[in-house]
Design a protein. Structure first.
Lengths: 371, 257
């Protein structure tokens, strides 16, 4: 199976035109699947699952952003959700009745990403000398500070509306075309969840593209070098300060982007959405999917959004079917099952579901013969 | 090329203390452009400490050094000194183990290449060209130091001797004026040491000055143009190998007389 896939993907020189056609065909099939996916899921499982799909795309963006910091540059960040919050609140404050400001989506979204980028540098600067556990603790503190600020900035001047959060946020709209309501295009009806899916898909593909390009570049090599050995990297002429700040800034930008999209999609933000659990969840996606590997991180993002939803359904229905009544509250059983799934995956694949080739060798391959 | 008599590195009165321990006191030496300069001394004499100051890993507590035309107080960041033209290898090999051997050398090209975020994402023409040049240069350097292996091999899977050579290739990729090698022959057998000697001579003949810390006395005596001896953080002798060999202070330091 693996070899068949390899043969399929590697372009054979003797047979180049044919192989090229095959690659295009594979690309076309993938594109059709991605385009048809919301309709298929809507038909098979219901509208709610399309929303789950939308959230999966948001989390993929977040996980890819964190992957730059943790996977590429090796800097453990436990407060990543703060950048998500910055992006979301930027959108919420500039596009809601809170201040009566209603800037268009295409201005607010980049603004949120930029602001998150600045916060990334702000967090990065004081942590440059820290490594490993110490860095994790400081970033954790940073994440909490942002959340607590959002929670308390309702007095003396009400900025964030405190724990109540900001509601009635403008839906994402391009000119007159709003993604917030059902639209009809060429006689096909697109519900709001479907429309958001397509928008999020575009941004997710963009983030994937940027991640892949960065990984295989001068910058990506510098990140890998400081991850491997910071002292050697600096002795080779890499300005470790700048290159670390760049990792924080890039990761935060993706987080801010996802945050803006989240606010526009949800129509409501509150500090509750940006707790430590969220940061841990995003980190889990990166680690469980395969740190440093874009494909693995995407897979991790999908699974960690879908598994909790699945267990939510299973926890209730399975009890009904087996025992005829609900013995344990499905909500608490759900997290138990989710935790179990995480443990099983990590036992089964310690390097992540789809590890980067490097990390796979590092964790699985036998030690090289000693000399 | 610089004339043979020009001084490349002039170290004056470098001091380094770790708490109450004086690791280096008033160490002064000057290294001519184009020579192979040996730094020897018993364990703990302060050789590696001096290296770490020259390459910015430690900050000096006193003294200064002049490299090229620029004076440093021993407080500059490592990447500044690497950019100025001092490259090094490490006593306990510090490769980027989980990167390929080609990538390891390509990292050495970092400071004299320019592709930023934008270039990395768009891969415009200049970025592609630069990337190609770096890869090409790295491949050349691998052959230059005598590593004939698949480029995608991981650095940690090289043999010990090859890892030492890869470190040299990576250091050379920074286009150094001074190549500082910290015990490059440690753990090598006689054949490997011999070919290392040839490599270092080739490097010198191509215009790179070599500063060498080494315990293998035979290698040092046979290879170096001049030698300095450190003992307890002080320079106790300096000169051509034959002088140093017969210096009573050196004999005393080594034999404990």
């Amino acid at each position: 199976m693996r070899n068949a896939l390899k043969r399929f993907l590697i372009i054979d020189k003797r047979n180049a035109p044919n192989q090229k056609r095959l690659a295009w065909a594979a690309f076309a099939v993938l594109a059709i699947i991605l385009l048809a996916l919301p309709f298929a899921i809507d038909g098979l499982f219901g509208r709610g699952w399309v929303r789950v799909l939308d959230f999966a795309l948001l989390y993929i963006m977040l996980a890819l952003g964190l992957n730059i910091v943790v996977g590429y540059a090796g800097l453990l960040d436990l407060g990543y959700v703060a950048f998500f919050a910055v992006g979301a609140y930027c959108y919420a404050l500039l596009g809601s009745p809170q201040f009566g400001i209603h800037l268009p989506f295409w201005i607010v979204l980049p603004l949120g990403a930029l602001l998150a980028c600045l916060f990334g540098i702000l967090l990065g600067a004081p942590t440059l000398r820290l490594r490993g556990d110490y860095l994790a603790i400081v970033t954790l503190g940073f994440g909490e500070i942002i959340r607590i600020f959002l929670n308390n900035l309702n007095a003396p001047i009400n900025i964030t509306n405190g724990p109540q959060g900001i509601s009635m946020i403008d839906s994402i709209h391009l000119g007159e075309f709003s993604l917030g309501r059902t639209q009809e295009i060429f006689g096909i009806t697109f519900p709001a969840a479907h429309l958001h899916y397509y928008l999020f898909l575009i941004f997710t593909l963009l983030v994937i593209f940027v991640s892949l390009r960065l990984q295989d570049s001068r910058i990506g090599r510098a990140w890998a070098a400081i991850r491997e050995d910071e002292i050697a990297a600096s002795a080779m002429g890499i300005n470790t300060r700048n290159i670390k700040l760049l990792a924080f800034a890039m990761g935060a930008t993706f987080g801010g982007l996802a945050g803006g999209l989240f606010a526009g999609f949800q129509g409501f933000v509150s500090p509750e959405s940006f707790g430590l659990t969220e940061s841990i969840m995003i980190l889990c996606m990166v680690v469980l999917g395969g740190m440093g590997n874009v494909g693995g991180v995407v897979l991790g993002g999908i699974l960690l959004v879908v598994i909790p939803e699945l267990t939510r359904h299973l926890a209730g229905t399975a009890q009904q079917a087996l025992l005829g009544k609900t013995v344990i509250d499905p909500e608490s059983l759900r997290m138990l099952m989710f935790g179990l799934a995480l443990i099983l995956i990590m036992l089964w694949r310690p390097a992540g579901l789809w590890p980067s080739s490097q990390r796979r060798r590092e964790l699985i391959a036998p030690a090289p013969p000693s000399v | 090329m610089t004339s043979p008599a020009a001084t490349l590195l002039k170290i004056s009165g470098i001091e380094k203390r770790f708490g109450g321990l004086t690791a280096l006191s008033d160490v002064s030496l000057h290294i001519q452009a184009g020579e192979i300069y040996g730094l020897i001394g018993p364990n703990g004499a302060g050789k590696t400490t001096l290296f770490n100051i020259l390459t910015g890993l430690y900050q000096a507590d006193g003294g200064k050094f002049l490299f090229g035309d620029i004076e440093y107080a021993g407080r500059s960041k490592p990447h500044i000194l690497a950019k100025a033209g001092i490259a090094r290898t490490f006593q306990n090999i510090r490769l980027f183990s989980n990167m390929t051997i080609l990538e390891n050398v390509m990292v050495g090209c970092h400071h004299h290449s320019h592709t930023g975020i934008w270039g990395a994402i768009t891969r415009h023409k200049n970025a592609r060209n630069e990337e190609q040049q770096i890869a090409h240069r790295a491949a050349e350097l691998l052959i230059y130091v005598g590593i004939n292996r698949a480029h995608h091999m991981l650095a940690k899977n090289l043999s010990y001797g090859e890892q030492r050579r890869l470190e040299i290739a990576r250091a050379l990729a920074t286009n150094p004026k001074l190549l500082a090698l910290d015990e490059p022959a440690a753990g090598m057998n006689a054949t490997e040491t011999d070919s290392l000697k040839t490599l270092l001579q080739t490097i010198r003949n191509h215009g790179v000055t070599v500063l060498l810390i080494e315990h293998d006395v035979k290698l040092v005596m046979g290879l170096c143009d001049r030698i300095a001896v450190l003992d307890y953080g002080k320079k106790i002798a300096e000169g051509v190998p034959s002088e140093v060999r017969n210096n009573p202070a050196v004999i005393a330091a080594y034999l404990g007389g």
